[in-house]
Design a protein around this ligand. Sequence first.
Ligand SMILES: [Zn+2]
Length: 55
Amino acid sequence: MTTVDTSQTQESKPTNCISCNKPLKKLKRYYRDGKYYCTKKCWLKMKKGQQTKEA
Ligand SMILES: [Zn+2]
């Protein structure tokens, strides 16, 4: 278990990639479908992970 420092900002601005949870750089973030990702790759990854869960 790791303690993450989340002092505040829980529902304000997403500053972390919701795919890999890395902190987003102002210049390098990738906005898609109302969410922020660090790269297009992460967006694709998330997209893939959300669908296609049929085994
Ligand atoms: Zn990412």
